[in-house]
Design a protein around this ligand. Sequence first.
Ligand code: SIN
Ligand code: CO
Length: 393
Amino acid sequence: MTEFFNTGLSQQEFLEHYWQKKPLLIRQAFTDFESPISPDDLAGLACEPEIESRLIEENGQEGAWQVTNGPLSEDDFARLPATHWTMLVQDVDKHLPELQYLLDPFRFIPDWRRDDLMISYAPEHGTVGPHTDGYDVFLLQAMGTRRWQIGDKPIHDAELLEGLNLQILAEFNSDKEWILEPGDILYLPPHFAHHGVALNDGMTFSFGFRAPSRTDLLDSVVNSLLEHDMGKSRYTDPDLVLSEHGSEINSDAITRLKQLLHQSIDEAEPILASALGKFVTDTKSSLANIAQESLADLPTIDEITRQFDSGDSLSRNLYYRFAWAKNEHGGQLFMAGETYCLDIHGQENLPLLAENSVIKRADWQHLKKDVPSANLLCQLISEGGWNWYSESN
Ligand code: SIN
Ligand code: CO
């Protein structure tokens, strides 16, 4: 049994009793925690044009709850008051690979459910206001202290303050309140109202998860049906009976439509894994420019062997999302919204190709025994999914 931090709960028990169900405060999840990045490092990231960032001022020059989207400039920082603002930077786990170790305690939750590590810095009184999020989040206090107030039930369709570029609850009643110190974590399931206010200069690391919407998933299933030339049968009504009106869409028509939709989902069964895999590995639009930097010619198996022999290894592109699924023929690897197939002999290589953070010479020697798996790695390298690095760097 692997314990979930120091909670006394196994990871499985956390999933059973808390995940997507109720909040959990974990005191000293990381003992003696010291933030691996400074507020200045974070401000530097917020000034980078390709990095998604925001500044939220409770009393901005242009009104209450002013949002300034990054890249932030010297001028933005120069005009800031001493208190009551927050700077937030998304996807820091990808921009700073050295922070990947922070994700390790969460890797028992499927990778493809994870969105990013967002880091915020706020001086005293800094807050983004009371709000709900549509996803699960682990809020790690990384520096300074912050007071968190939360509601003890999820709220759907909450009323928001009008006329803002920010989603702030019009009304917030706190049921529980804690002061978080560095190393403490507050887990919140989706839709639980929360309000965090910095009591002094501090940073919060938000490990955010994501969950595709029904319409997005349906859209992906429909696209997969179209790609596979499936779902072609038409609406039928051999049970049609006389109706008083010519233009009415009556309840029988709706029943037939529902049947047709259920049948379409049944028909899609063989392609559901690929519809989901493609959707959840699609590159986040805000990262598309950085993610694709490293496209290369298709290398041969011999070229790769030589590169491993020279001491280089491969690291997985953190900007791409990967997933895999087994099936009766072998399996599928999903990378950046594309599907790649392996037969039954390659099935065992799927975790190495899609999950490992690095591939080393010994892994390659094993992988090469299955030529389609080796060829797949060649293809993934050419498409930027794996990048060479030298151990000496
Ligand atoms: C923050 O870090 O200020 C906000 C994090 C959140 O509420 O999800
Ligand atoms: Co939030």
